[in-house]
Ligand binder design. Structure first.
Ligand code: IPE
Ligand code: IPE
Ligand code: MG
Length: 275
């Protein structure tokens, strides 16, 4: 595979070695989703205003995107701005929107050169036109790329996503295309903004908060969760490797019993236990 660099830095031998270790230790999650949290506290701890944290967070986005592509992750979904984040002070929102335009502008060619497709989920029509236009431009530029799909969740919330899917279903029922009795999981999944994208295997949340904050509520039904105290601007590839190594040690049971557990219990034993 061709060399990949989003950082303009040559990949170190040590990093290549670490990636080989991660790849041989177990399966690499196909879809990683990240709640990128802690930018404000990172900046405030350093005596800076919150925007410094958001700006430094973009460096983490670049490093994690590159490392995911190198490891062979096929989908990376990043929670960048939630529906509820519109309730923040307007100065912070303005700063974030300008940073988004600026970052898209700076990263577009590198993403394209590295065969990464940019997509987005969320209420994009709520974003300022400068953001919408830049986003559309980069999506269009990268739409044929197939190494990694990088999805930005912008003005996104899980409840919004489910509500939109329900509206689509209701319309299909009204138009006589679907019998309500036949509605199943798959009909809901495919009407979500994530469409046919496989559910996340691993959800990472930085900054030590033990909550989902309205992220992919439907899609995370069986995702493995990894929470780290590290603030997002400090979350770089070595932290990603730790998260993947933790994921590789889990047994995903999907409601079944532990692998290899085959002991059969007779009806008489069941009756005896329950008597
Ligand atoms: C995450 O960092 C980025 C966004 C939600 C836009 P925060 O801005 O939430 O930072 P903290 O959690 O307040 O430290
Ligand atoms: C979640 O972080 C949203 C994003 C990372 C974009 P928040 O900082 O908004 O979440 P809460 O308010 O701590 O739950
Ligand atoms: Mg936060």
């Amino acid at each position: 595979m061709e060399p990949l660099s989003l950082t303009d830095k040559k990949q170190s031998e040590e990093d290549k070695h670490l990636q080989e270790e991660v790849k041989t230790a177990g399966s690499i999650p196909s879809h990683i989703a990240i709640i990128m949290d802690g930018n404000g506290r990172w900046a405030q701890d350093k005596g800076n205003i919150r925007l410094f944290g958001h700006k430094e967070g973009v460096e983490s986005v670049r490093d994690i995107t590159e490392a995911c592509a190198q490891l062979g992750v096929s989908h990376l979904t990043l929670y960048a701005f939630s529906t509820e984040n519109w309730n923040r002070p307007s100065s912070e929102i303005n700063g974030l929107m300008k940073l988004l335009v600026h970052s898209l502008q700076n990263e577009a060619n590198r993403l394209h050169k590295n065969n990464i497709r940019l997509v987005s989920i969320g209420q994009i029509d709520r974003l300022p036109s400068s953001c919408r236009n830049k986003l559309e431009e980069v999506k269009e530029l990268t739409k044929e790329n197939d190494r990694l799909e990088l999805c930005l969740a912008l003005s996104y919330s899980g409840r919004w996503d489910i509500t939109e899917a329900v509206k689509k279903l209701a319309k299909d029922v009204k138009d006589g295309k679907i019998d309500p009795e036949n509605i199943d999981d798959d009909m809901i999944s495919t009407r979500l903004s994530t469409g046919k994208v496989p559910d996340p295997d691993l959800i990472i949340r930085t900054s030590g908060e033990y909550r989902i904050s309205n992220f992919l509520l439907w899609q995370l039904a069986y995702s493995e969760l990894y929470i780290t105290q590290t603030y997002w601007p400090d979350f770089r590839r070595d932290e990603l490797y730790k998260a993947i190594q933790s994921y590789q040690k889990r047994e995903r049971r999907f409601g079944k019993v532990k692998k290899g557990y085959t002991k059969k219990v007779s009806a008489s034993v069941i009756n005896k236990i329950l008597s």
